[in-house]
Design a protein around this ligand. Structure first.
Ligand SMILES: Cc1ncc(C[n+]2csc(CCOP(=O)(O)OP(=O)(O)O)c2C)c(N)n1
Ligand code: SF4
Ligand SMILES: [Mg+2]
Length: 282
C-alpha cells in the first residue's frame, strides 16, 4: 500500500456536518492523484467551509470573507506550478465574493473551486444565503424572499470551461467530480450540496438524496445549450455531474511573455535593477 501523504486533522465542525465527507474525499483524491503536500495550496475565505484548509497538511491560506478567489488567483500568478484548490461556502463564493466569482471565471485561471453549498450562512448561525430555497408556507428556516442565485447558470454565462455539481453524501460521485475538476486546465467549479445539520433543517441528507439524480450516461457535457437547461433544474429534481466541459486557453497560456517555464517566485531580479525600477515610483 502506498504511503498516505495527505492527512486530515481534528476539526471544529458540528458532529454530522456534510463538510466531513468533503474533507475526507478531498484528502483521498489528493492521495490518489499522488501530489505532494508542498505542491498543493488550499485556499478559503471565511466560513465553516473555508476552514477546510486548516484541517489538511498541505499549504493553506485563509483570506477575508468573499475573497477566496483573489487570494487563489494571486498565488497561481506567482507560482503556476502550485495546484491551487479553493474550498469555500456559498455565502463566501456567491454572495460577498460574487464579483470575484464572475470575473475570475472570465479570466480562466487554472484553479479548482469547490463550493460547499449548504444554502445557508453556517458560521454565523443560519442566515439566508444567495442559494437558500425560496420562502414558502412549509419553509420555516432561513429562506429567500429574493430570487435564489443560480451558480451553475451564472458560471456558464460568464464562460466557465468546467461546471459541475455533486452531493457530499455521495462520496464516490464527489471524488470523480473533484478529480476531473483538479485535472481540468482552467477554472473549474464544483458546487457541492452540503447539509448543514445544525441550521438548515430543510436541505438535509435525506432531502438531497431524494432530489438529486445523476446525469444520464448519454448526456453530452460539450453541449452548452443542454448545460444551460440542466443548470436551471434546482428543486424537485437536481442533476449532479459534469454539466459542461470545454477547453479554452488559460490566463497563463494567453500571456506567454509573462508566464514562461520559470515561475515568478523563482525569478530574482538583480537588486540594482529592482532598486532602479522602484525609484521610478518613489
Ligand atoms: C467582510 C465580512 N463580511 C461578513 C462577515 C461575517 N461572516 C462570516 S462567515 C459568513 C457567512 C458564511 O457563510 P458561507 O460562506 O456560506 O460559509 P458556511 O459557514 O456556510 O460554510 C459571514 C456573513 C465577515 N466575517 N467578514
Ligand atoms: S454550523 Fe452547519 S456547516 Fe457549520 S459545522 Fe455546523 S453543521 Fe457544519
Ligand atoms: Mg454556506
Amino acid at each position: 500500500m502506498s504511503e498516505m501523504k495527505f492527512q486530515s486533522t481534528e476539526t471544529a465542525w458540528c458532529p454530522g456536518c456534510g463538510n466531513f465527507d468533503i474533507l475526507q474525499t478531498l484528502v483521498g483524491v489528493l492521495n490518489d492523484l499522488a501530489f505532494a503536500p508542498e505542491e498543493v495550496l488550499l485556499v478559503g475565505g471565511i466560513g465553516q467551509a473555508a476552514k477546510l484548509n486548516q484541517y489538511v497538511n498541505a499549504n493553506g491560506f485563509s483570506g477575508l470573507h468573499g475573497r477566496s478567489l483573489p487570494a487563489a488567483v494571486a498565488a497561481k500568478m506567482v507560482n503556476q506550478n502550485l495546484k491551487v484548490i479553493v474550498n469555500s461556502g456559498d455565502g463566501d463564493s456567491y454572495g460577498e465574493g460574487g464579483n470575484h466569482f464572475l470575473h475570475n471565471i472570465r479570466r480562466n485561471v487554472d484553479i479548482a473551486h469547490f463550493v460547499h453549498d449548504n444554502q445557508i450562512y453556517g458560521l454565523t448561525k443560519g442566515q439566508t444565503s444567495p442559494t437558500s430555497d425560496p420562502c414558502s408556507d412549509t419553509n420555516a428556516g432561513a429562506c429567500n424572499l429574493n430570487k435564489p442565485f443560480q451558480p451553475l447558470l451564472v458560471a456558464l454565462a460568464a464562460g466557465a470551461t468546467f461546471v459541475a455539481r455533486s452531493f457530499s453524501g455521495n462520496k464516490e460521485h464527489m471524488a470523480r467530480m473533484m478529480k476531473a475538476a483538479i485535472l481540468h486546465k482552467g477554472y473549474a467549479l464544483v458546487d457541492i450540496l452540503q447539509p448543514c445539520v445544525s441550521f438548515n433543517k430543510v436541505n438535509t441528507f435525506a432531502y438531497y438524496r431524494e432530489h438529486t439524480y445523476e446525469l444520464e450516461a448519454e448526456y453530452d457535457p460539450t453541449d452548452i445549450k443542454a448545460a444551460v437547461l440542466r443548470s436551471m433544474e434546482f428543486g424537485a429534481k437536481i442533476p449532479i455531474g459534469i454539466l459542461y466541459q470545454a477547453q479554452a486557453p488559460t490566463f497563463h497560456q494567453r500571456r506567454p511573455e509573462i508566464f514562461d517555464e520559470t515561475p515568478m517566485i523563482d525569478k530574482h531580479p538583480a537588486p540594482d535593477k529592482l532598486e532602479a525600477l522602484l525609484r521610478q515610483y518613489a
